[in-house]
Design a protein around this ligand. Structure first.
Ligand code: PMP
Length: 424
């Protein structure tokens, strides 16, 4: 840590500063479901590096694909045959993917989708939801934790809130921010402001704060409203893409957005993302009004990583197994919470599990999540870490295709030990 502080601004990642102090972790390698640090410690990993490693660390077939592609050249700043192959695959598996464009990460792809929406509609604002995260670039960047629900103002307040961070002057007015899962509020906002709003952007399952699925009819309702008012519906599938199934949340819920953004899991940890969408929206990229560039964005062996990932996921179909392991973890954690008397709310969908400390029986939006006990969560995460188990600091567990039932049971044993010892 001392060495890092001399060369890396802030020394350690914000994840550790925020949640996991005093344990600054410096990794050396990862293999399957395990990660290792410079002190020789082994951890059972449910962070999957914030989600991307759907096939676990160092999957040999993915590594081989990248190596073989690299041996034929590492970058072609122009189209490469493999890029077409990957786009054809995405076209087959993602409902909204009529046309596709590749970038390096989720933030860039979000930015591109928003540009397309602005360009095609000629409108400038976005409607987005509290607690959703869409990357760290300026016009979608904001603090995702706030001191209290009261600090957020009235539920239908017209613009982003004062805790918006890092925005250039005036940029906060680019977005309307509403609570998630409240279709009536969205309808009201669109009725009043549709002439200003270029796009609604949403995580189809809210995974960045808690793990909250959409209420029945919510996504469908957004679809209807967006079509009615000429507003782009953008699904940010950076987390849900390939994780809930190859077609993402849009295939699972049967709602097709105008555009969608895929990143994280699609490259098994290599930097690649995709913006996909309906032809009439995506063709806007050919216009002079939209710039989508990036020296590193084409013909890179990361395309090979994505192709290998899809091929493995199609061949092995690990989704039933991952979903069953998710259910095993959720129900085991619920039992432990009951036995230990801890107010732990266990939620999630498929291979995504969330643990939060609250007496609430469920959460429907970010305002509920803000009421969770952060200190208790921090103790829980930190004590799991001390016992060699890593989960994401905000209480999220990701299950990969290579996790086993034995590892879930091992995690449950450790969680029981921690929860039983924790103050009520
Ligand atoms: N959207 C969502 C839903 C995300 O979870 C993230 C990253 N956590 C992003 C966008 C940004 O992606 P990236 O970190 O790859 O830029």
């Amino acid at each position: 840590l001392e060495r890092a502080k001399k060369v890396l601004a802030a020394g350690i990642s914000s994840e550790f500063r925020k949640y996991n102090h005093p344990h600054a972790l410096f990794y050396t390698h990862g293999s399957g479901t395990k990660v290792y640090d410079v002190d020789g410690n082994e951890y059972l990993d449910f962070t999957l590096s914030q989600g991307p490693l759907i096939l676990g660390h160092s999957h040999p077939e993915v590594l081989d694909a990248v190596k073989n592609a690299s041996l034929k050249g590492q970058l072609f700043a122009g189209q490469h045959a493999m890029e077409i192959e990957l786009a054809e695959k995405l076209q087959q598996i993602i409902p909204s993917a009529e046309l596709i464009r590749f970038c390096l990460d989720g933030s860039e792809a979000v930015q591109t989708a928003l540009r397309v929406a602005r360009s095609k509609t000629g409108k400038s604002k976005f409607l987005r939801f509290e607690g959703h995260y869409h990357g760290w670039l300026d016009n979608v960047c904001y603090g995702i934790s706030t001191p209290s629900p009261e600090a957020m103002g009235p539920r239908d307040s017209p613009a982003m809130h004062p805790w918006t961070q890092g925005l250039p002057e005036g940029a906060a007015e680019e977005s309307f921010l509403l609570p998630w899962n409240d279709l009536d509020l969205v309808a009201k906002k669109l009725e009043e402001h549709h002439q200003e709003i270029a796009a609604i952007i949403t995580e189809p399952v809210m995974c960045n704060n808690g793990c909250i699925p959409p209420k029945a009819g919510f996504l469908k309702g957004l679809r209807t409203l967006c079509s009615q008012y000429g507003v782009a519906l953008i699904f940010d599938e950076v987390i849900t893409g390939f994780r809930l199934g190859l077609g993402g949340a849009q295939a699972l819920f049967g709602v097709t957005p105008d555009m969608a953004v895929f990143a994280k899991a699609i490259g098994s940890g290599y930097p690649i993302s995709a913006i996909v969408g309906k032809r009439d929206w995506m063709e806007e990229i050919a216009s002079a009004r939209v710039i989508h560039a990036g020296t590193m964005n084409t013909g890179n062996p990361t395309v090979a990583a994505a192709l290998a990932t899809i091929n493995i996921l199609e061949r092995d179909d690990p989704y039933p197994k991952m979903n069953a392991l998710g259910e095993r973890l959720r129900s085991g954690l619920r039992d432990i919470a009951k036995v230990s008397g801890q107010p732990m709310l266990v939620s999630g969908i498929g291979p995504v599990v969330h643990t939060g400390f609250t007496d609430l029986e469920s959460a429907v939006d970010f305002r509920d999540v803000l009421l969770f006990d952060k200190a208790k969560l921090k103790t829980f995460v930190s004590r799991l870490h001390d016992r060699g188990l890593r989960i994401i600091g905000r209480g999220l567990w990701y299950i990969s295709a290579v996790h086993t039932a034995e590892e879930i049971d091992q995690a449950l044993e450790l969680a029981e030990e921690v929860l039983t010892a924790q103050d009520r």
